[in-house]
Design a protein around this ligand. Structure first.
Ligand code: PMP
Length: 355
């Protein structure tokens, strides 16, 4: 039976990228060596790094004056590197969930943090709007897609101060005006690659402005100057990123990813809204296209476990919602096919008929 992976991350990747990565682990480019055993300084791996960086720039339309860096440590390490490198006195954070809260917590180690807006009052089911951005803060930090709660910021906000965005779970799902950001970062294990690599897109001339001494490995300039090769980078995850980026390009780029994301989300939310068993948890206007969160209506709550097993029996993998929200979360990243979403909808309808 065909399995559909709705897991939130690590998550579905294009088949083509997974196959090519598996192959490179055994025999890279027909050289007769695994990519695992090859020097990251080899010209062969340098070509992988160069192509991955170039494709990120090309697909996202990264302007001149920005660098694409690949690091280890996950998005969680960026929570600390961001304030280390950018917070001189004060930073502004928008709190839209667990990850945004964690980012903010790290910033507090480095200076004053103003929480300019929060949706904690309603368990992060919406994205706060209409807040005032303090013009004396060093930067504004936002999380564009809230993986756990299924809310998303779809527009590149206008801000009087530099914007730094965690785009771990919606990078490459829509065109972004990179020039409106000082930095964009994220863990790769949703839309980009297998786990183990973090992407950073940073405006070069914004680096080196804080007065503190930054440990070498935590200083973005180290990695920017050395082209992500200051130390041994996660070679296989970077290779899988390159393969995923090739796939995105071949499929029509981020515009096409954007179209597909809307197609999938429109179909699934329509079923959630129609089917009397289910209801979405996020407010309609902020509903994420990447993580579609829904629960069973109160009168059917005791059927949740049954639906989960029914869905699993029908090949729907990774649907269980995060414990903070409960219910179900259908993560529909770039590599999820519209067929996968239709199969899930068929499953929801079948369940409705059964009861
Ligand atoms: N930010 C967001 C929005 C996330 O979804 C996640 C992981 N799910 C993280 C940060 C943390 O990423 P990592 O595990 O790479 O540290």
């Amino acid at each position: 039976m065909k399995k559909y992976n709705f897991g939130a991350g690590p998550s579905i990747l294009p088949q083509q990228a997974m196959k090519a990565t598996a192959e490179a682990c055994i025999d890279f480019n027909g050289i007769g060596l695994s990519l695992m055993e090859m020097s990251h300084r080899s010209k062969e791996f340098q070509a992988v790094m160069d192509e991955a960086q170039a494709l990120m720039k090309e697909l996202l339309g990264v302007p001149e004056g920005y660098s694409v860096i690949f690091l280890g440590g996950g998005a969680s390490l960026e929570f600390c590197m961001v304030p280390y490198n950018f917070l001189e006195k004060k930073a502004a954070y928008v709190n839209t969930g667990v990850w945004a809260t964690k980012a903010q917590k790290e910033a507090k180690l480095f200076g004053e943090v103003v929480e300019v807006a929060s949706s904690a009052d309603k368990n992060f089911t919406y994205v706060p709007k209409g807040y005032t951005i303090p013009t004396d803060a060093d930067y504004l930090h936002i999380t564009t897609n809230n993986t756990i709660y299924g809310t998303e910021i779809f527009t590149d906000i206008d801000s009087p101060i530099p914007v730094i965005a965690d785009m771990s779970s919606d990078i490459l799902s829509r065109p972004v005006d990179v020039s409106k950001y000082t930095m964009i970062y994220g863990g790769a294990q949703k839309n980009l690659a297998m786990a183990g690599v973090t992407f950073v897109i940073v405006k070069d001339d914004m680096l080196g402005k804080v007065s503190r001494t930054i440990p070498t490995m935590l200083d973005y300039r180290t990695h920017q100057k050395k082209g992500s090769m200051f130390n041994t980078p996660p070679v296989i995850p970077i290779y899988s990123a390159m393969q995923t980026l090739r796939w995105i390009k071949q499929e029509g780029g981020v515009k096409e990813m954007d179209r597909r994301a809307s197609e999938r989300a429109d179909l699934l939310y329509a079923e959630i809204d129609r089917n009397k068993f289910f209801r979405g948890t996020a407010v309609a206007e902020d509903r994420s296209r990447m993580n579609i969160c829904f629960v069973m209506n109160d009168e059917y709550k005791d059927l949740e476990a049954e639906f989960l097993s029914f869905a699993l029996e029908n090949g729907m993998w990774g649907l269980k919602g995060h414990r903070d929200v409960g219910g179900f979360r259908a993560s529909c990243y770039n590599a999820m096919s519209v067929e996968g979403v239709k199969a899930l909808i068929a499953c929801m309808q079948e369940f409705e008929k059964k009861h």
